[in-house]
Design a protein around this ligand. Structure first.
Ligand code: A3P
Length: 292
């Protein structure tokens, strides 16, 4: 079956788990055919790996009107989701250059990406911080069903019963199929440790030649502190007003650090996680940074 119901808040589409918010089935079915332009850019992330951060950075690199704050447009519209229909617009009609983001696995993105002209950036984060960030995120929105404790949520996460499916499958799938795409892998932790170098690395991959001053502008507006204060970038109202999801306490831009998992996982949970990680990620060459 193409679609399968899971929990009240989740369903699968061709084996991939999505949240039941802002989803249109016919839109999902047509994504494979979305016509790809050579100058399109796609950011791919597993949820809670720095999606909104990379949306902000990319839109600042590409659009002067966002760097100078003359455009007053929320990041969710500057870089729309491929699979979730947040705005009313037709993605195919967007003017170039188009920036998109997605949580989809490698086998569900538009097939035109395999022509390798359009660029893909895969941003990943160490999965213990992803787990920890996800646990807080789930508790923040009434629409998601989740265990109340880290123990319950960790089980859910390790079984892939969350939006985005199993973390291991997501990153391995994209990495193992990297030769089909024009793709650059980047780590959240690498951006956190040296944002300016990461912005320059992205500019190089994207073929964007920004002045030193423009790069400074990008970096200044993409730090955790400035995004947290920026109503266009901090997602405070996005899910409430745009998607109709009630927010409980907490903030989307929560902490933005490396190693917060140490404050939320017990020694035993950590050891259990390590065993599974070592088993699932054997021979996986991308480096992971677990703490500062
Ligand atoms: P925490 O919950 O650990 O704070 P996504 O956008 O993929 O859902 O990821 C959200 C995570 O990215 C949150 O992590 C959020 O705080 C963090 N984040 C967002 N903007 C950031 C920034 N400018 N610098 C560092 N982390 C950021």
């Amino acid at each position: 079956r193409i679609m399968e119901d899971l929990e009240a808040d989740l369903f699968t589409f061709k084996g991939f788990t999505l949240a039941r918010v802002a989803i249109k089935t016919d839109h999902l079915e047509k994504l494979d055919d979305l016509e790809i332009r050579d100058d399109d850019v796609f950011i791919v992330t597993y949820p809670k790996s720095g999606t909104v951060w990379s949306k902000q950075i990319l839109s600042l690199i590409y659009f002067e009107e966002h760097r100078t704050r003359t455009a007053h447009l929320d990041t969710i519209y500057r870089v729309p989701f491929l699979e979730y229909c947040i705005g009313k617009e037709d993605l195919g009609e967007r003017p170039s250059p188009r920036l998109f983001n997605t949580h989809l696995p490698y086998y569900l993105v538009p097939r035109g990406l395999k022509d390798k002209k359009a660029k893909v950036v895969y941003l990943y984060r160490n999965p213990k911080d992803v787990l920890c960030s996800y646990f807080h995120f789930i508790k923040m929105y009434a629409v998601f069903k989740a265990g109340d404790t880290m123990e319950e949520f960790m089980k859910q996460f390790l079984e892939g019963k969350v939006q985005g499916g199993l973390w291991f499958d997501h990153i391995r799938g994209w990495y193992e199929h990297r030769s089909h795409f024009n793709i650059q892998f980047m780590a959240y932790e690498e951006m956190k440790k040296d944002l300016r170098s990461s912005v320059l690395k992205l500019c190089k991959f994207l073929g964007k030649d920004l002045s030193g001053e423009a790069v400074d502008d990008v970096v200044r507006q993409a730090t955790f502190e400035s995004m947290k204060d920026d109503p266009l970038a901090n997602y405070e109202n996005v899910l409430n007003t745009r998607v109709g999801v009630t927010r409980r306490e907490g903030h989307f831009l929560r902490k933005g650090t490396i190693g917060d998992w140490k404050n939320h996982m017990t020694v035993e949970q950590n050891e259990r996680f390590d065993k599974i990680f070592q088993n699932q990620m054997k021979d996986f060459p991308l480096p992971f940074i677990w703490d500062i």
